[in-house]
Design a protein around this ligand. Structure first.
Ligand code: GLN
Length: 545
């Protein structure tokens, strides 16, 4: 039987509830408890797949092909446990299920209402994760802030949750802000008091308070918060700003978060093993020489748009004893100023995934620069498609070559629509999504890096390499690093006459973990450091080894 933790947020948004939920998952796992983490998002989109990264940051893709909130990436990275489509729930998906059931007549003539039908569906989704994963603890993060109209049904649902569970099956963790007012030099508890009051008015008394702050919270302040909020003083946890998100579990452990949650849930007291995590954080804090990496994208004003890629680069630098010196370069700026103006001095270039025309020419110019200058390059999804466009135009001499996504009537559509996408009309959830196998070609850098014949990577695309150009491509110094097992879809390309030029149709960034960097990212960083690509050290980090 699973136990349940609910993580709510108060006072302001962007408090890092996702990191707190992920950290708690990491800490429980360090004590040998299995965990699964759900994100409840209050918006009406069925999933974030149709949203611009400017709205909602990166779309994280699960193994089973769900397009989800980026917090699921934190959950996977902090718990090293794969999440599935069941772990991502939005108001839109809840209403869709309830309305579909109503249309089928399943409600037998009753009036369908937010309470009890919507809240029942929310509870069902949480219970479904417990049933499906059999996790010891299911953590549910409620998106939004207490007091928002749109998160009310979620809060009501987690209040109702108590009715079919035992007293010690549920813990409510409330994450709030305890701000420091510079003008008066004081730390203020009032916003937290109000937030807890609001939560109580809905019928939820938090068991634990996690207080985000930029100044230490003294015992006197904890006592005050404890008194006003009805939370034991030991359960008032200070979460001071950290230099790296990976230090958060260690700080929360020291503050006693795990003890408070396991006590509330009456889980057996077990010693935690955080030694590996501590070493990883120590290494992050004591890195080697900087590695200058340019990420040439178009969603540059929002860091979260490329979150998993940045994390994967970070993990690879950690594994290679380097310090990530990341430069997010705007592809459109390259169109204006030329690639060299922005990329000179970079040790590696990455072009990420994306959609649409904006910035394409800048990415293509960046790839040309990396290829001609012999600078290590990794292209991801649209980034690979841009590398194919660059090859077609500048090596194969195919004037005007482009992707059919960008120019449907192109003379040389070197990237074209997947045949199975031709009749697809709806945009939501209809791409080639999730894990697919890819057979690696022998004697390729990719094969050496992965050390496996067949790999499983996550996808999110509608377009692919156009096989009409495959022979021409192979004749010009490129090789196919990997294909779908039937040989049809080109998943990975390499350029032979280059220190490291690799591009893949899939998204390796989703599988990278802090203690287990992804081989393609490690390869890129090694090449950037001028280290031979494959030796024993690399092989030791490969998945499954
Ligand atoms: N827009 C491209 C496609 O649909 C690439 C998608 C991506 O980069 N995720 O194929």
């Amino acid at each position: 039987m699973s136990k349940f933790v609910f993580v709510t947020g108060g006072v302001v948004s962007s408090l890092g509830k996702g990191i707190v939920a992920a950290s708690l998952g990491c800490l429980l796992k360090s004590r040998g408890y299995s965990v699964s983490i759900i994100k409840l998002d209050p918006y009406l989109n069925v999933d974030p797949g149709t949203m611009s990264p400017f709205q909602h940051g990166e779309v994280f893709v699960t193994e089973d092909g769900a397009e989800t909130d980026l917090d699921l990436g934190h959950y996977e990275r902090f718990t090293d446990t794969p999440m599935s489509r069941l772990n991502s729930v939005t108001t839109g998906s809840i209403y869709q299920a309830v309305i579909n059931r109503e249309r089928r007549g399943d409600y037998n003539g009753t009036t369908v209402q937010v309470i009890p039908h919507i809240t029942a569906e929310i509870r069902t989704r949480i219970n479904r994760v417990a049933a499906h994963t059999q996790a010891d603890v299911v953590i549910t993060e409620i998106g939004g802030t207490v007091g928002d109209i749109e998160s009310l049904p979620f809060l009501e649902a987690i209040r109702e949750f108590r009715k079919d569970k035992g007293r010690h099956d549920i813990a409510y963790v409330h994450v709030t802000l305890v701000p420091f007012l510079a003008a008066s030099g004081e730390i203020k508890t009032k916003p937290t008091q109000h937030s807890v009051k609001e939560l109580r008015s809905i019928g939820i008394q938090p068991d634990v308070l996690v207080c985000r702050c930029d100044h230490p919270i003294t015992t006197a302040l904890k006592t005050k918060l404890s008194g006003f909020c009805g939370v034991p003083v030991d359960a008032v946890i200070s979460a001071q700003d950290a230099d790296t998100i990976y230090a958060v579990p260690l700080a929360l452990e020291q503050e006693g978060l795990t003890r408070e949650v396991t006590d509330t849930l009456r889980l057996e007291e077990r010693p935690g093993d955080l030694a590996g995590w501590e070493t990883m954080v120590h290494q992050l804090r004591h890195p080697g020489d900087p590695v200058r990496v340019a990420l040439v994208g178009k969603y540059v004003s929002l860091n979260d748009a490329y979150l998993s890629i940045v994390e994967a680069l970070q993990h690879a630098c950690l594994a290679q004893d380097g310090k990530l010196d990341l430069h997010v370069v705007c592809a459109e700026q390259i169109e204006q100023d030329g690639a060299a103006a922005h990329l000179e001095g970079m040790a590696a270039v990455v072009t990420p995934g994306g959609f649409g025309n904006r910035g394409i020419e800048g990415k293509v110019a960046a790839i040309r620069w990396a290829r001609e200058e012999g600078v290590p390059f990794l292209g991801l999804c649209l980034g690979m498609q841009c590398a194919v466009i660059e090859w077609a135009r500048n090596i194969a001499g195919l004037v005007g070559a482009t992707s059919a996504e960008l120019e449907p009537a192109a003379t040389h559509p070197v990237i074209h629509l997947l045949p199975e996408q031709e009749d697809v009309v709806d945009l939501g959830g209809t791409m080639r999504l999730g894990v697919y196998p890819c057979r690696l070609m022998p004697n390729t850098i990719s094969h050496k890096l992965y050390g496996e014949d067949v790999i499983y990577e996550r996808h999110r695309h509608r377009y692919e390499f156009n096989n009409a150009y495959r022979n021409l491509f192979l004749e010009s110094g490129y090789r196919v690093g990997g294909c779908s097992p039937d040989g049809r879809l080109v998943e990975l390309i390499e350029y032979k006459d280059h220190p490291f030029f690799l591009a893949c149709q899939y998204h390796p960034e989703f599988r990278s973990r802090p203690g287990r960097a992804h081989p393609l990212f490690s390869g890129l960083i090694r090449a950037a450091q001028g280290v031979p690509i494959v030796d024993e050290a690399t092989t030791a980090m490969l998945p499954g080894s």
